[in-house]
Design a protein around this ligand. Structure first.
Ligand code: BG6
Ligand code: MG
Length: 220
């Protein structure tokens, strides 16, 4: 049985979460609100527009659409300037080994990211050709925890959702995978990702027996 493996990008393949956080903190300061690392967990996997809305709700002031658009543009310019210096050294521990194992065992692989910068990042990291399917923030209407992106990835891979596995570092992403009827594997801290079926601090902590079982090709 061929499976579909869907990888989130930010915080699963590469450590971009710190850049998103840095950029949102700068915008929050301009809006006169605090934005902490703990709060950033809530915004992982959440789209750009929704993330700004979340931050601005912390203020008692109201902000015009024009001001919101300026901040969205500023945040993205700042973010793109930071990620353009990224190298493969920022790939997260163990991710390439897991990708190779999936490829070698003949399964399909998709990217399932909420980011509109996903293709740019894959190009910078020279990973574009590793994926059979790329679903990014430009491919879908609704953001995680909606299952829309993962269901589209499954459809494009031609693998039924129940035969798909999702690697996610975000609470919203784990919820999206669960609603899509896929096997959710959290990559990060259990205290945030307890809704995932399995959770590992990083791919490097995934033991080879687990990975062998996950990628085992059965006749069903
Ligand atoms: C997700 C990140 O992958 O992409 C979020 O976890 C981010 O933090 C979202 O807001 C949208 O990213 P972008 O690059 O389109 O602003
Ligand atoms: Mg993520």
């Amino acid at each position: 049985m061929q499976k579909g493996f869907i990888f989130d990008l930010d915080g699963v393949i590469v450590d971009t979460a710190k850049y998103h956080f840095q950029c949102w903190q700068a915008i929050a300061a301009k809006a006169g609100v605090q934005f902490t690392l703990e709060e950033n967990e809530e915004l992982k996997g959440v789209g750009r527009v929704q993330s700004l809305e979340w931050i601005l709700k912390k203020s008692k002031k109201s902000f015009s659409q024009k001001q919101r658009n300026i901040w969205l543009e500023e945040k993205n310019q700042h973010y793109v300037s930071l990620i353009s210096h990224m190298t493969r050294k920022e790939l997260l521990p163990g991710v390439l080994t897991v990708m190779e194992k999936i490829r070698d065992t003949g399964h399909r692989m998709a990217l399932g990211s909420a980011s509109k910068n996903a293709k740019l990042i894959l190009n910078i990291l020279r990973l574009t050709s590793s994926f059979d399917v790329i679903v990014d923030g430009k491919s879908v209407e609704s953001t995680k925890p909606s299952p829309e992106g993962f269901l589209l990835a499954a459809e494009l891979m031609r693998i039924p959702p129940e035969n798909c596995v999702v690697f996610e570092d975000a609470i919203a992403g784990v919820q999206a995978a669960n609603s899509a009827g896929m096997l959710s594997i959290g990559i990060g801290q259990q205290k945030y990702l307890h809704e995932a079926k399995y959770c590992f601090e990083s791919f490097a902590d995934m033991d080879s027996t687990f990975l062998n079982d996950l990628t085992l090709v059965t006749d069903q």
